[in-house]
Design a protein around this ligand. Structure first.
Ligand SMILES: Cc1cc2nc3c(=O)[nH]c(=O)nc-3n(C[C@H](O)[C@H](O)[C@H](O)COP(=O)(O)OP(=O)(O)OC[C@H]3O[C@@H](n4cnc5c(N)ncnc54)[C@H](O)[C@@H]3O)c2cc1C
Length: 493
């Protein structure tokens, strides 16, 4: 009889682990508190509009290819490379910067702003590329057996990268570029993860390499939720059962083994192995009472941004806006210094706007536009009260309308707002943190909550707050690592 596995959570981490394990012959059941799969990679349908609620593009597309190749199936959705990657609107600057992977074209965007840009950016990306490839297999794509193993692996990262650990990301940008515009735009990749470039190590520049040179950004034809539809279709073929509307509220274990998980109806679910796709740090504290993950300790950890998201169905087509856009103010340093530590909603918010209809007209009725707006805000530790949500959403909509010269306010056909409170409730995201634990040096590799439980030998973890980290392709890598570990440690299928 095959080993049975229960996976708690049908986020991308849980779904891709289920694919790999079922392919290897394990009997897999997924238990999900929501009424559908996908977790943060989810969909909202309202009044004829279809919104992707969270992720809207991804890097490292080859990780998805690897996932489907590993189970001998074609990719069940079609991906498109973004070109340009995104546009950036800055207050007080009439120019809209289009960010291209083609560095010659990108240099044209910064003409008259950053002298000799192409030479400088090539030099900058060369260093970023080295960090990426020197850490990819030593830190990201491998399992660690304890802290010593991790320390040894770190020891194999070339010493020349040491200054990147002690220098801030902003300082690194200052060493390469003169203009504020280039420095701000290059730090967006970290800023929208909730990491301000002023107190984040410069190793973050590897993200500039992934976007500008390596594999760029991709999205999915027909919308991001096609990823979930595609995987769930394959899981059905493989006989994986998914129990929806089922929330695990306690766990049982004895003699170093997890024996069952119990849902809100007091029903016990037993299996040989368990994989937790809920937040790996929160779960250890809440259900296993681990001292390292008490609420006090969790609150002291570094968490990524809390999202404030607005979904708007708008009558009319909005010119002057692309599929992926950032709207920034003229006070980046002040804004970055206060935004994540203030208990007030931002006054002149910085936000990202995704207009899915620019690439996928089916996401809205004819002649309408589908807007998803994401504004990074303080999490619920800092700002627990969101009674001012309506004002913040109005401020953003008004600002956006002015900047794209379109009366959005009077053409809204449908509107939904999620504050960090909703994000926390929907998927058990700790304090509403959108992407889980941050990736500072003390929370990566062997220092991140491991994908194998410290005490229970049949309990594993996959997903954003576990190793190797957050973001769609990284979570897919996580599913590969946890599967390798399970195959290694429980060979009898
Ligand atoms: C607004 C936003 C925008 C983002 N944009 C991008 C982007 O553009 N590109 C990108 O690569 N990444 C993006 N991300 C990050 C990305 O969404 C995550 O890294 C990824 O989806 C995490 O997947 P996961 O499987 O770890 O977790 P989740 O998606 O959170 O899945 C965990 C699942 O477990 C379920 N669960 C939790 N507790 C229980 C329980 N007790 N019982 C049963 N079920 C439970 C939850 O309901 C959920 O379905 C974004 C995230 C957000 C919030």
């Amino acid at each position: 009889m095959a080993n049975s596995v229960i996976i708690v959570g049908a986020g991308l981490g849980g779904l891709s682990t289920a694919l790999r394990l079922s392919h290897k012959g394990y009997r897999v059941t997924i238990i999900e508190k929501q009424s559908n799969s996908g977790g943060r990679l989810n969909v909202l349908k309202k009044d004829g509009f279809t919104f992707d609620i969270g992720p809207s593009f991804f890097s490292m597309s080859y990780e998805f290819k690897e996932l489907f190749e590993s189970i001998g199936e074609p990719m069940p959705f079609e991906i498109n490379e973004l070109d340009p990657l995104y546009s950036v609107h800055m207050t007080g600057n009439s120019r809209v910067f289009k960010i291209y992977k083609d560095l010659g074209k990108l240099a044209d965007e910064f003409r008259g702003i950053e002298d000799d840009f192409e030479r400088k950016v090539r030099k900058y990306l060369k260093g970023a590329k080295e960090i990426f490839h020197d850490t990819e297999y030593k830190i990201i794509k491998r399992n660690f057996n304890g802290i010593v193993d991790y320390a040894m692996s770190m020891g194999r990262v070339p010493l020349k990268h040491l200054p990147s650990v002690f220098r801030t990301f902003w300082k690194e940008l200052e060493l390469h570029f003169d203009s504020e515009e280039v420095k701000i735009i290059f730090s967006l990749v970290a800023f929208f993860l909730g990491a301000t470039p002023f107190n984040t190590p410069s190793v973050y520049k590897l993200l500039n390499y992934t976007e500008l040179e390596h594999d760029g950004y991709w999205n999915v034809k027909g919308g991001m939720y096609k990823i979930v539809d595609g995987i769930v279709g394959l899981l059905e073929k493989k006989g994986v059962e998914i129990l929806y509307n089922t929330e695990i509220l306690s766990v049982q274990h004895e003699m170093g083994r997890m024996t069952s998980v119990t849902d809100q109806n007091s029903l016990k679910h037993e299996a040989d192995l368990f994989v937790v796709n809920a937040d790996a740090a929160w779960f250890r504290g809440k259900f296993l009472n681990r001292k390292k993950y008490t609420v006090d300790k969790l609150d002291k950890m570094d968490w990524t941004l809390a999202p404030f998201t607005i979904y708007l169905g708008v009558k009319g087509l909005i010119p002057g806006i692309q599929h992926h856009n950032y709207f920034l103010g003229d006070n980046f340093r002040d804004y970055a210094d206060t935004i994540f530590s203030s208990n007030l909603a931002p006054e002149r918010p910085y936000y990202y706007v995704n207009v899915a209809t620019k690439s996928n007209p089916d996401a809205a009725p004819d002649g309408c536009e589908n807007l998803f707006i994401l504004c990074p805000v303080p999490d619920l530790r800092v700002k627990p009260d969101w009674s001012d949500a309506e004002k913040l959403s109005q401020d953003i909509i008004e600002d956006l309308g002015k900047r794209v010269n379109f009366d959005i306010q009077n053409n809204i056909l449908c509107k939904v707002v999620y504050t960090p409170i909703e994000w926390e409730k929907m998927f058990n995201l700790y304090r509403g943190s959108g992407l889980g634990l941050a990736h500072g040096l003390s929370q990566i590799g062997g220092l991140r909550p491991a994908n194998k439980d410290e005490k229970l030998n049949n309990l594993y973890y996959v997903g954003a707050s576990s190793h190797p980290g957050t973001g769609l392709p990284i979570v897919v890598i996580g599913s590969k690592l946890v599967t390798e570990r399970i195959l290694d440690e429980h060979k009898t299928v």
